[in-house]
Each structure stands twice: as C-alpha cells, then as structure tokens.
Design a protein around this ligand. Structure first.
Ligand code: SF4
Length: 634
C-alpha cells in the first residue's frame, strides 16, 4: 500500500518565498476542487476580504489530470467568492493543468501580494516569480503571445487574466490557452488583487505522474475509452459542440432558453434560427480540443462584424444564449464578438451577460436612463452598445464602473428597487435556461454552493428525457427524464452535486465523465482508477463520502462566511410568477409550494435540516467532519 502525497508549492507574493510542500490532504480530497476548498477552509478567515493581501487562491489539477483517461485536462481555481464572501471554484480545460503536473506540481497555493505585476513560471520542479510589467494592461491573448516570445518557447501553457482582472472587476475570470475560461466567483480579480498576471507552465521536462499499478490503470482506461467512443451523446457533442445542445436552444433552436434577462424562455423562432450551430457552420475554421480529449467540442470561428474580422475559439452554449436571446440580439457575428471580447478581456460570460441584461431591463423599464448609462441607449437587441459596455466593464469606464461590480452589487449601487430586475442567486448572476420548465435543473442552479451555474448540481437527465427504467436504475428516480415533474428531483440534485464535486476534484472534464454518457456517471470507474493510481483501496462508498465532504465544507463556508440561509436557495421571483409565453412549454413556471417540497427533499438527501437547510451535527459526524461542527458553532 502506497499512500501518495501531493506535490504542492506555496508561493508568497509579498515575500517572494516559494516553498514546496507534500500534502496528504491532496489525495485525501482527490486533488482539484476538493483540495482547494480544504485549503480555503483551513487557511482563510471570515473577515478576510477576498481581494486583500491576506486572501489566498489555489490553482489545483485533479489527481487524474494528465493521465490517459479521456478528458483528463482540468484545472480548478478555488478562492473566496468575490461576489459574496463565500466559496468559489472554477474548472477550466485546455493543456495547462497537465503541463503544471509535468512541470512538477499538483497544486499551487498563492498568498500575499506582489509589489509589482508578476507572473509565475513553473518549470522542471521549480517556480520563478517573473516581472510582468511588459504584459500588464494587455489582453489575455497578447499576454500569452508576449510571454511565449519573451521565454522563446511557443509551447508554454498559460493561464492569464486580462484587463478585467487587473481592474478588479468582480466578474473577472482566468483564461487558459486563449480559449478556456475558469470563470467563477471573480477568480480573475483575486489574481489581479495579488498583481499576478499569469501562471505559465513548461511541460518540457515531463515529471512523470507516478502510477502504483499502470497495467490496471490502462486496462480500466481502455474500457472507459471504449464506452466513450461508442457513446451516441458523446459523438453528438463531437459533431455540434455545446453550441448545438439544449443549452443554446438545441439543434433547432426550440429548447427553452434565457430570453431578455429571463423574463421568458421562449424566443422568436426566426431570431433563434440565426444563432443555432448550423448557422455558424460556414464560419467554422476548425475544431479545437483539450488535453487527451477525443470529443474536441470547441469550435474555432472566423466572422466579420461591422467590417472587422473576428476570430476566436470556445464559444460554448452559455455564450450563445447569454449574448443572443438573453439580450435579444439575433446577429450571429455580434454574439461571437461578445464572446471573444470576454475571452480577451478576461470576463466571465455569465456574469457579463446577466449584468448587462439587468441594465437593459432597467433602461427599458425606465429605472435608469442615459444619465446613468453615460448616453448609451440600452434597448433590447442594440448589440453595438452592449459590446461597448463589455469593454467598459473590463476597464471600469463610464457605466462600466458600476457594471463591473456584477449584477447584485450594481443593483445596490443604483437602488430604485432595481434589485427586482436582477437575475442572481447568492449574489452571483444567472445566465441560464429552462429555469421554469426543467425542475431539477432549476433547483440545481439555485442551490449551487458557488452561486448559480448549472455545472454544479443541475442534472442533464431532463434535457435528454431518459427513460424511467434508466432513471430508476442509475438515480433511483424514475421521473428523472421528465422535465416538468418535481418527483424525486431533490434527491436527484443532491446526487449530481456530490458526483460533480468528485469530478471537479479528480480533474476530468464533465463532458467525458458522464454528463453526456450516463453510464460513465458511475463512481466505480473513478474508485478503480484511484486505487490503480495510488495503491490505496478506496471503496465506491468512501469516494462518495469525499464528494459529500467537499459539498459540506463549501456549505459550511457559505453559512459562516457569507451568512447564507434557506432564503438564498431560491431563484428570483419571476421564475415563479411569469410563465413561459409560448412554444412547447407555454404556461410553465416554477410552483412555489412544489419547489419548497423539492428543496426539502434535497436537504434531506444531504442529511441537512429540512426546515432551515442547515447542516446537522450527526451528518457531519458521519462524514468525520467534526471540525465543521465547531466551525459552525463558533
Ligand atoms: S469535451 Fe470539450 S471541454 Fe471537455 S475536454 Fe473535450 S474539448 Fe475540452
């Protein structure tokens, strides 16, 4: 039995000190998100401002990252959530995370604040803090290009912030290899607050990922790959990317989507037709993939907007709906331009979409006018104005100064009851679809510990309409595939939440790990891989317990640091009050009483108090989280 330790670097940017640590916690928490959340829980206090020198940010690959498992590409960035003082975690793809491992480290704990802008150069088991004066102020793309030129190595893998992170926009993110966003909780601003422009990984020296039993690992991997290669949903994703999925109206554009700041979920079919995946086919240059991923879900497009050539990669479904139906924009080039601006400036797509959508609704309803917007006519569909606002958010210029705070804080600054127009939960903006129509999906977004977003706990089962036998077999929920049914959905969401915490920690892309191919949403694969990798003998149940522990740590951080209660597990009122106006789900909305029941079932599935949603000591004891009991009671 070999109990491996994680190779961790602790970098203090105030002192310039870099220390290597071996941490048994890394494998104990599976790496990635689990490890990072544990560090934040242990080391960052309630009163610590997420953007202060005392704050910390963890950049952690998963324990399977960089292995032969398909999609083993993910990095997780964990910190306090800039938008609400609770927890934040963000998963990003590309080649950066495997490169970090090959450069010698599983995770970086970054603390302090550099006196001047710097970037970290990770290579051959060492970390250098290098001067970033030359790239400060540059876009993420220019930053990557210039660092590669400076270091004379065009193969470097880079995670960088753009002007939004430097200017501490609360919706700033980290962009990896020009295409992949780790985009939640203002993690780009946390880096910016530390004067940290980028982390650069050089994988040339190839630190081996030591394997206890490589034969067993490879054998398991073959089986996994075979299932993935035979998977119809995975091959559909390969064909159309997330752009062609229900997240962006589906292939036909008829799936429920976010329309005009989620005032509706039905969009004019003629408009929708212009932004569906097939309408972009003529602009596709190639497909792009992440490390060791056979799916290659990312489109690279080249388009023309107002006479300017726009090139970019990685427009996922959330960019499509966020910059089209959510703003009522039906110009495909404008939608793509908005996406590329967010990538270059380092802005989170969901935070940007939801904040500008709120501003448009406020303008249209007369809450704000051109005196507030510095002259901008924020009418639905007025793409030129919205594109200017994206830039202003990144540079905190004009009205962008307020918008850069994110939708919740912006509404507090404006006042005038504009909070009624916010699409946010736990202070984090919502750019989502199917909130009225797909009940478990909606609940999964409402309860997410990082605030909003569907890739925390929202199940994919309803979108795919899985048969009742499969729902019963996999999730003990026969109605898992029926969108409008509330039955068993609380339990289903709790299952997905725990499962995703594991996936984010092991470092596999969710799209490979069961999000599309349900038979791979099976913990036994990952326990087998783990045992082959580490030489330990972890059971499925023990791995599941780790997932539960991660969710419980996050929940406790949110309760104590952010002061969240049951009231923070509800979506904005419009979801319960304004029904879908037309289409196959005409008249559908979330019924309050049934939502309450679903929420209570969700709490119960986690072993939390059904009335308050708070964690129960007996549950925390079962999970051996006694430290959380005292944390909650202090
Ligand atoms: S499915 Fe897409 S996002 Fe996931 S690893 Fe593959 S290319 Fe990257």
């Amino acid at each position: 039995m070999e109990n491996k330790t994680g190779r961790i670097a602790r970098i203090n940017l105030t002192t310039g000190k870099v220390e290597n640590e071996n941490s048994t916690d890394y494998y104990k928490w599976l790496g990635g998100r689990g490890y990072g959340v544990k560090v934040i829980f242990n080391e960052v206090k309630k009163e610590t401002d997420p953007l202060s020198e005392d704050s910390k940010i963890v950049i952690a690959a998963g324990c399977f990252t960089g292995t032969s498992i398909p999609g083993s590409s993910r990095i997780n960035i964990i910190s306090k959530n800039v938008l609400n003082n609770g927890i934040s975690y963000s998963s990003g793809g590309g080649d950066f995370a495997p490169a970090l491992k090959k450069a010698g480290f599983d995770a970086l704990i970054i603390e302090g604040k550099a006196e001047k802008p710097v970037y970290l150069y990770v290579s051959d088991g060492r970390i250098l803090i290098k001067d970033a004066a030359g790239v400060w102020g540059k876009t993420t793309w220019d930053t990557e290009d210039e660092i590669r030129t400076e270091l004379k190595n065009d193969k470097l893998k880079i995670a960088a912030i753009g002007p939004a992170g430097e200017n501490l926009s609360k919706v700033a993110c980290v962009i990896i290899d020009k295409a992949h966003a780790a985009a939640w909780g203002g993690c780009g601003a946390v880096m910016g607050s530390k004067n940290l422009k980028a982390v650069v990984a050089n994988d040339a020296n190839d630190y081996e990922i030591s394997m206890f039993d490589s034969n067993k690992f490879d054998k398991e991997c073959k089986r996994y790959k075979w299932i993935l290669s035979a998977s119809v949903p995975a091959s559909n994703l390969k064909r159309v990317g997330t752009h062609g999925t229900a997240g962006a109206g589906g292939l036909t554009g008829k799936a429920p989507t976010s329309v005009r700041n989620s005032l509706d979920e039905y969009w004019d079919p003629e408009k929708n037709e212009k932004v569906v995946e097939k309408s972009y086919k003529q602009y596709e240059k190639k497909r792009v993939t992440c490390f060791n991923c056979p799916i290659a879900c990312l489109h690279s497009y080249e388009m023309e907007y107002n006479g300017e050539i726009v090139e970019g990669v990685g427009m996922h479904a959330n960019s499509v709906r966020g910059f089209s139906s959510n703003w009522d924009v039906d110009d495909p080039a404008a939608v793509f331009k908005a996406h590329t601006l967010c990538n270059k400036y380092g802005l989170d797509v969901d935070g940007t979409s939801s904040t500008i959508a709120w501003a448009i609704e406020c303008f249209e309803s007369g809450i704000i006018d051109t005196n507030d917007t510095f002259g901008a006519q924020l009418k639905w569909g007025n793409a030129d104005e919205f594109l200017k606002l994206i830039e202003d958010m990144a540079y905190r210029r004009g009205f962008g100064e307020i918008l850069s705070e994110g939708v919740f804080k912006a509404s507090q600054i404006i006042g005038r009851n504009s909070i009624e127009n916010t699409m946010q939960v736990k202070g984090v903006g919502i750019n989502e679809q199917s909130l009225r129509t797909h009940k478990a999906w909606s609940l999964g977004i409402a309860i997410s510990t990082r605030g909003s977003g569907h890739v925390s706990a929202a199940p994919q089962t309803e979108k795919r309409g899985i048969p009742s036998e499969i729902g019963e077999w996999l999730f003990d929920c026969p109605e898992a595939g029926i969108p409008t049914s509330y039955k068993g959905k609380g339990k289903l969401v709790a299952w997905y939440e725990i499962y995703k915490a594991i996936v984010d920690s092991i470092g596999i892309c969710y799209f490979n790990a069961g999000w599309y191919e349900f038979t791979l949403a099976d913990i036994s694969y990952y326990a087998e891989f783990y045992n082959a990798l580490t030489g330990m003998n972890m059971s499925n149940e023990e791995m599941w317990d780790i997932g539960e522990r991660i969710v419980n740590l996050e929940k406790a951080i949110n309760t104590v640091y952010a002061g969240f209660t049951r009231e923070d597990d509800y979506l904005p009122k419009r979801i319960m009050e304004i029904p879908v106006s037309d289409g196959p789900y005409k008249g559908e909305l979330m019924e309050r009483e049934k939502y309450d029941e679903m929420l209570e079932e969700y709490y119960d599935a986690h072993g939390w108090d059904t009335a308050t949603g708070l964690q129960k000591p007996e549950t925390l004891k079962r999970l051996e989280l006694e430290e959380v009991i005292s944390f909650l009671s202090n």
